[in-house]
Design a protein around this ligand. Structure first.
Ligand code: ZN
Ligand code: ZN
Length: 91
């Protein structure tokens, strides 16, 4: 079975469904609001300073709090999403 690790990616931020690579996403905002398809704005924060490409962002529509991953040096107020612990694949 394929794992995100085989793509060189974090197993806490990606998961593989069938032959497709899917991104994991937080199920709660930094303030604890539930995040679902209607309540989260998934975005990309372009940045050449730290990653050279950009950061994934998840913004809560309820309170406007924003997760970011990986952490961004120019957005220290946005907490880094540590990833989905449930994704860690069993051996
Ligand atoms: Zn919120
Ligand atoms: Zn950055």
């Amino acid at each position: 079975m394929l794992t995100p690790r085989e793509f060189g990616l974090s197993t806490r931020h990606y998961r593989v469904r069938g032959q497709q690579l899917a991104e994991a996403m937080p199920d709660r905002c930094p303030n604890g609001h539930p995040l679902g398809t209607d309540t989260v704005l998934i975005g990309n924060h372009p940045c050449v300073a730290c990653t050279g490409t950009g950061h994934r962002t998840w913004r809560c529509r309820e309170c406007d709090a924003c997760w970011i991953w990986p952490a961004c040096a120019s957005r220290p107020q946005w907490p880094e999403w540590p990833g989905d612990e449930g994704v860690v694949s069993a051996p």
